[in-house]
Design a protein around this ligand. Structure first.
Ligand SMILES: Nc1ncnc2c1ncn2[C@@H]1O[C@H](COP(=O)(O)OP(=O)(O)O)[C@@H](O)[C@H]1O
Ligand SMILES: [Mg+2]
Length: 153
């Protein structure tokens, strides 16, 4: 599915719909250049999932976990480029929470089989293109729900 995002409110809307419908073990990969809006998307997502307080960029911590409707694991793997260490990713991916992963390209060997990929492209200051692709049954379901909800809006 391809979406045209006109401003930050559109980003919030997509992140919120996803947060309302994610299930345990959903994994969402966020791809796109620096500054395109991956962390912003994650913050809206976490907020809508019920995280209280501030969701900061996990660039320096790599993984940050929050309590919400479901445990929320926010990862930024940018600094893992070239690293071969498994930081115990399976505990996060298969631990009944939901994971959002910025820079998943850095941990390709450790990714689960089922994930939703959101690739964000910058069009201009405010506008973005989002290309959303599902791999696996759980993510196909999530994408179907997202599609239904967007059609309703
Ligand atoms: N439509 C949009 N969606 C998301 N962020 C946007 C949008 N328009 C402008 N921005 C701005 O772009 C920046 C994105 O930064 P950030 O989320 O940290 O990017 P990344 O995590 O991808 O490096 C923020 O300053 C945000 O306010
Ligand atoms: Mg970021």
């Amino acid at each position: 599915m391809n979406l045209t995002i006109n401003d930050i409110n559109d980003t919030k809307c997509i992140a919120t719909i996803l947060a309302q419908h994610v299930k345990p073990n959903n994994v969402i990969l966020l791809k796109g250049d620096l500054g395109v809006g991956k962390t912003t998307f994650s913050q809206f997502f976490g907020e809508a999932l019920g995280v209280e307080g501030i969701i900061s960029s996990p660039t320096f911590n790599i993984i940050k976990s929050y309590d919400a409707r479901l445990p929320f694991h926010h990862m930024d793997c940018y600094r893992l480029e070239g690293a071969e260490d498994d930081l115990g990713f399976d505990d996060y991916f298969y631990g009944n929470g939901v994971c959002l992963v910025e820079w998943p390209q850095m941990i390709e060997d450790f990714l689960p089989e089922d994930y939703l990929t959101i690739e964000i492209l910058r069009v201009d200051e405010m506008r973005r293109e989002m290309m959303i692709v599902a791999n696996g049954k759980q993510s196909v379901q999530l994408l179907e729900v997202l599609n239904d909800e967007i059609t309703k809006h």
